[in-house]
Design a protein around this ligand. Structure first.
Ligand code: ADP
Ligand code: ADP
Length: 580
């Protein structure tokens, strides 16, 4: 039943559990081979890998998926779908494949260079198999659903229709420039764990910042088995919308630096691309952690859960992952430590398992939603019983309250509608409320940033996109920007909205009828347009497309510029962007 990985493999004798299948796969080329490979690859056709495939390649290369040593061929793939096993019989619950679009460059025995998104050469594959795969079958068997709300199922529709497989020679792991001393391979992780001197290692998988309850739980688990903790956060791909890994890793570091016994913890980052596959993923997490030297894995409620499907039902039951992990744990050589729900007892200032407290005991808890909406959004500091002050500070830095976040006011409307006039008043009021404000007025922008652009449709779009780009950078850095440009085309305005980020974009339609603008004719332009001296003038012989769902619409006939500017300020207060 056991097959030997076909490529060089290293054994790590230790007090720690052996890797799954006995040996760690190692696909990294030696120094001499590297030069040869690099030279060789210049003559080969190449493909650019997706983020997910880059993560998968890295974990294949370092042996994190041992005994798997390549992107799966058809036999492995089919057996993984049907039985969660490789063709060799080893457990392997998740397909790890390389999807590509059909192309003449893929044929058997062809060598192909695999590159990252910046075209760095990562590896060379000798194609031994090319096969079709079935989206619906994969979705049903691996994810137990075909519902597009599952992030991996919707992603599958964008994947290539073929899989290619064959032996890999890896020149380098994808380069990482962040937290380099925490990016440990299985061999390096094992060496650190071994140095701590405990036979038992409890791995903790996480994609969230750690709070006091997690700290308690991991410490209890370590104590229970008299072992060490492998704090193993995923920094490859997690669930869309998760806290970014830069922020998370800073919190993990603060905790391991200050609150864990240094001789009982190793913090290492795992560049895994999660599949959010619930039960199957839990088994995968056991396999991966075993390869990194752990013999216990903490598995909690809704482990690797993708949230709810389109009918509002969770994709997997709350304890399905835990039960499945337990079922396969003996075969995997791992023990599952169930994540027991802990609650805080304010009267005793300690955490306790829910099942062990008196019915009448006073308890306290803060949900993830409350963390965001009640605390971070309002600049309210998270209490010390809930999270360590260092962690609270890091989260507060990364998620400032709305009144410290950037936003973009986008005035649109006909020439002479009153955009510039209103934005002048508004800018003063924003400064008065303590917000540094940049003004990007169409007419002014056209004298520097967009100098030389005319009023053809193309030029106008370029102008608006330039303003949008600058605005998005200002907003990203927490600044306020007021833009006033005719911006006549709906599609382009929507592009800008997406560039800035919808929650930070306030589109304001300055709704002044053409007759009124023409009557005002501040610059005498309408008169010229009517006489045919200017072509393609918005409202005269070029269309203006009013916004369908602007955040605000201003009436300049019945309201003065001051009144309108105050309406905008009121709106910003209501949204939390300004405060007294
Ligand atoms: P835009 O920037 O939209 O091209 P401007 O602000 O340059 O328009 O011009 C609008 C003209 O209309 C100004 O001369 C302004 O004084 C006048 N105006 C009259 N009533 C209003 C109002 N309620 N809001 C804004 N502008 C007004
Ligand atoms: P956009 O970049 O959306 O076309 P801007 O606000 O940058 O709009 O520039 C519009 C201003 O340029 C108008 O207020 C008007 O004074 C002047 N202008 C010159 N030619 C045109 C034209 N063909 N259409 C609209 N505005 C024009």
């Amino acid at each position: 039943m056991l097959s030997t990985p076909s490529l060089s493999a290293v054994t790590t004798p230790a007090n720690l559990i052996a890797p799954y299948g006995g040996r760690l796969v190692d696909l990294l080329a030696g120094e001499e081979q590297k030069l040869e490979l690099k030279e060789h690859a210049t003559h080969l056709p190449s493909i650019q890998l997706s983020m997910r495939s880059i993560c998968d390649l890295e974990l294949l290369a370092v042996g994190a998926f041992s005994p798997l040593d390549r992107f799966m061929g058809q036999e492995d793939y089919q057996r993984v779908l049907d039985e969660m096993r490789l063709s060799s019989g080893y457990l392997f619950p998740i397909p790890v494949t390389l999807p590509v679009e059909p192309s003449a460059q893929f044929h058997l025995d062809q060598e192909i260079a695999l590159r990252d998104l910046k075209n760095n050469l990562l590896a060379v594959m000798t194609i031994q198999e090319i096969y079709e795969w079935d989206l619906e079958e994969t979705a049903r068997k691996v994810y137990g659903s075909t519902d597009l709300r599952h992030p991996l199922i919707s992603e599958m529709y964008r994947l290539g229709k073929l899989h290619i497989s064959g032996p890999l020679r890896v020149l380098q792991c994808p380069p990482h420039h962040d937290f380099r001393n925490l990016r440990l391979t299985p061999v390096e992780t094992r060496a650190r764990l071994e140095a701590l001197g405990h036979d038992n290692v409890v791995a903790f998988q996480t994609r969230n910042p750690l709070h006091r309850a997690h700290e308690e739980l991991t410490k209890r688990a370590v104590q229970e088995v008299d072992g060490s903790l492998l704090l193993h956060p995923v920094v490859g791909m997690t669930k869309p919308g998760d806290v970014d890994h830069y922020t998370r890793v800073r919190t993990y570091r603060a905790l391991t630096d200050h609150y864990y016994e240094p001789n009982r913890v190793v913090l290492a980052l795992l560049p895994l691309a999660m599949r959010m596959a619930g039960p199957r993923e839990a088994i995968w997490h056991m396999l991966i952690r075993r390869n990194y030297g752990a013999n216990h894995l903490i598995v909690g409620r809704d482990h690797a859960g993708p949230g709810n499907d389109s009918t509002g039902k969770p994709f997997y039951g709350p304890y399905e992952s835990q039960e499945t992990a337990e079922k396969y744990s003996a075969e995997m050589g791992m023990k599952v430590i169930p994540f027991k729900q802990l609650v805080y007892l304010p009267d005793e200032d300690r955490y306790e398992e829910v099942s062990k407290i008196e019915q009448t005991a006073r308890t306290a808890s803060i949900s993830g939603t409350q963390v965001r909406e009640e605390y971070l959004h309002n600049g309210k500091k998270l209490p010390g019983w809930f999270t360590r002050p260092e962690v609270a500070d890091i989260l507060a830095d990364s998620y400032p309250p709305r009144y410290k976040q950037g936003f973009c006011i986008w005035f649109t409307g006909l020439s002479g509608a009153g955009k510039s006039t209103t934005s002048e008043v508004l800018t003063v009021l924003l400064q008065q409320h303590g917000r540094q404000t940049t003004v990007l007025d169409g007419d002014v922008v056209r004298t520097h940033l967009s100098q030389g652009l005319g009023f053809s449709k193309e030029d106008r779009d370029v102008n608006i996109r330039r303003i949008g780009y600058v605005a998005s950078e200002i907003v990203r850095h927490g600044g306020v920007v007021v833009c006033a440009a005719v911006s006549p085309y709906r599609v382009t305005r929507n592009d800008v909205r997406n560039m800035v980020g919808s929650g930070h974009f306030v589109e304001i339609y300055v709704n002044t009828p053409l007759e009124v603008c023409e009557e005002r004719d501040v610059k005498g332009m309408y008169a010229m347009a009517r006489r045919g001296k200017i072509q393609g003038f918005t409202g005269i012989d070029d269309p203006y497309e009013p916004p369908l769902h602007p955040e605000l619409t201003l009436d300049t006939l019945n309201h003065t510029p001051e009144e309108n500017a105050h309406l905008v300020v009121d709106y910003l207060f209501a949204q939390g962007f300004l405060r007294d």
